[in-house]
Design a protein around this ligand. Sequence first.
Ligand SMILES: COc1ccc2nc(C(=O)O)sc2c1
Length: 252
Amino acid sequence: MRIDVVSIFPEYLSPLELSLIGKARTTGLLDLHVHDLRTWTTDRHRTVDDAPLGGGAGMVMRPEPWAAALADVREAGRRTLEEPDAVPHLLVPSPAGVPFTQAMAHELADEAWLAFACGRYEGIDERVLDVAAEQGPVTPVSLGDYVLNGGEVAVLAVVEAVARLLPGVLGNPESVVEESHAPATGGLLEAPVYTRPATWEGRSAPDVLLSGHHAKVAAWRREQSLRRTAARRPDLLERLDAAQLTRADRAV
Ligand SMILES: COc1ccc2nc(C(=O)O)sc2c1
């Protein structure tokens, strides 16, 4: 997978050089390019923003640098992918975006090329997204109902959530099967986890986990997962397809 990120703070993305994502880059599983938007400014002050038309607080990111940056990103990606007609799926982190979910992470992990436009200030001139949408898919995404100062932190989260799903990135691909929000469990929250010592500070782990009875352990984890989801995220239970609830589930 190729990923391009355009930002006025490219150093914000340096955590993507670390750990499993960094290893995926060095092994070639992930081809990630971070670009400084100011590369595409033409004035002495390398200006990327201007006052909002119609008035209001803050500044808006000017369209010209973004249009030039995204055009160059498209051209460079086509060269390296050796696909002259390829276009990236452009993701634009925004508080006004659609909610980013694990299901979306799985969908994005199946794509060959993603590009991220990191907004700052009050956002990017809307016409940049309109022009980009004439070239390929554009999706404004939000991490949640809160506001950051820019898109970079959201890009770190989305890139990690997507890249870890790429085959070969995680040591044990089974890890993504049982985790919270996994499609295989219908999106439930994961059960509590325990490790040695079996008793710590006078607190014992649940006996069933020491029983060696795999079916009973699986049943206990499913029950705990349902209880935790009902307590913390009842909305996820409501979304659960009736067919995904077993008779035992309904008894919880
Ligand atoms: C101007 O660019 C921004 C500003 C705030 C913000 N907040 C996000 C979030 O997902 O919470 S993405 C994002 C992008």
